[in-house]
Design a binder for this molecule. Structure first.
Ligand code: SF4
Length: 351
């Protein structure tokens, strides 16, 4: 990118930059937390989570000292929960090995859990002003359009092109504002659909604008068809004690460490299949009672429709990762969206 493009972009940024609660604080911890939250999640959603997070864990030490349940509770609803566990784990490492300071260099940052090349560059440039080139989804889109890159996104070849472009065109000493200018341009003007090219500060340099192929850049792989699974959940209640049974998911994998109602994938009629999947999956015998609710949810690579039934326990032994939870205390247990919705419906019901 020529200097003139960089200078046009920087001028535009200084007049139009988004006001975001983690910007201009001079607080590397805030930049780190915001960048982790922004992986996979939109800015509008992140703002409220970021503010709650900084109220509860204002420093690296406070995060390192927190319990995992509190961390996951605060993250609930943001999804991709390994991000929260990695932040927590990295905070402990920073306290133990870095005197509770965030390292400045990309090569040190990238050793921390949850920090990849983009996040390391973003923190190094935005929190410390180092000349680190960054490439995220917004920046890929902007470069792909300015230079009319027709290589499929996600391939090694495309990644090399984007990182080379980012390195080559980074204006020295301006990485902090330049990286954020590209991110803001991608988020507000050079949007995935209907980019506002007439208002773009660098449209005179943009090949895709000239060619009229903006919507075809970047080039994406064809999406695989998303599979759809039917699940059934056993909301096992102990009506006398006003309690319901929750199980904690394994620490690793989807929704790791979160709590859920016992459930499993079923074929055919969910009410008829439920007792069998719970017996096989958890070695528990239940009586399946009335339907409670049906919840649809889309993950990145598949969709689930979950049918929840109020059940009673016939026979089982207590397991380490189970809790009988008072209905009023369900909020204390971090859950994914499906289970939180079931929990709310249960609390509203007359069970
Ligand atoms: S001219 Fe349009 S396509 Fe090109 S960078 Fe600007 S907004 Fe994006």
């Amino acid at each position: 990118m020529s200097d003139s493009i960089a200078s046009y972009l920087l001028t535009w940024y200084h007049q139009n930059k988004r006001i975001l609660p983690w910007r201009d604080l001079g607080n590397p911890y805030a930049v780190w937390v915001s960048e982790i939250m922004l992986q996979q999640t939109r800015v509008d959603t992140v703002i409220a989570y970021f503010e709650r997070w900084m109220d509860k864990f204002p420093t690296i030490e406070s995060l390192a000292d927190a319990g995992e349940q509190d961390v996951l509770n605060l993250w609930e609803g943001l999804g991709y929960y390994s991000r929260a566990r990695n932040l927590h784990h990295a905070a402990k490492i920073l306290v133990d090995e870095y005197d509770a300071q965030i390292p400045e260099d990309v090569k040190d940052l990238i050793k921390l859990p949850g920090i990849g090349p983009y996040t390391a560059a973003a923190i190094s440039s935005m929190a410390f002003g180092h000349d680190a080139a960054a490439v995220d989804g917004n920046i890929r889109r902007v470069y792909a359009r300015i230079f009319d890159i027709d290589i499929i996104l996600g391939t090694k070849e495309a990644e090399k092109i984007f990182w080379d472009l980012a390195e080559k065109h980074l204006p020295k000493g301006e990485a902090c504002d330049y990286n954020q200018a590209l991110m803001d341009l991608g988020a507000t003007i050079c949007t995935p659909r209907n980019p506002c090219c007439e208002d773009c500060p660098i449209n005179e340099f943009c090949k895709s604008y000239t060619l009229g192929n903006q919507e075809m850049r970047p080039v994406r792989k064809k999406k695989k068809q998303v599979s759809h699974h039917i699940h059934a959940a056993a909301v096992i209640v102990d009506a006398e004690r006003g309690k319901v049974l929750l199980a904690q998911r394994p620490k690793k994998g989807l929704l790791g460490g979160m709590w859920e109602f016992l459930n499993g994938r079923v074929e055919g009629n969910p009410a008829e299949g439920l007792a069998g999947v719970i017996r096989e999956g958890y070695q528990v015998q239940i009586h399946v009672g009335n339907p409670l609710c049906i919840i649809d949810h889309a993950y990145t690579h598949f969709k689930i429709t979950e049918h929840a039934y109020v059940c009673t326990m016939l026979k089982s032994s207590q397991k380490e990762n189970w809790r009988w939870v008072d209905l009023k205390e369900l909020e204390d247990y971090p859950m994914g969206k499906i289970d939180r919705e079931i929990a709310k419906r249960l609390q509203q019901s007359d069970v």
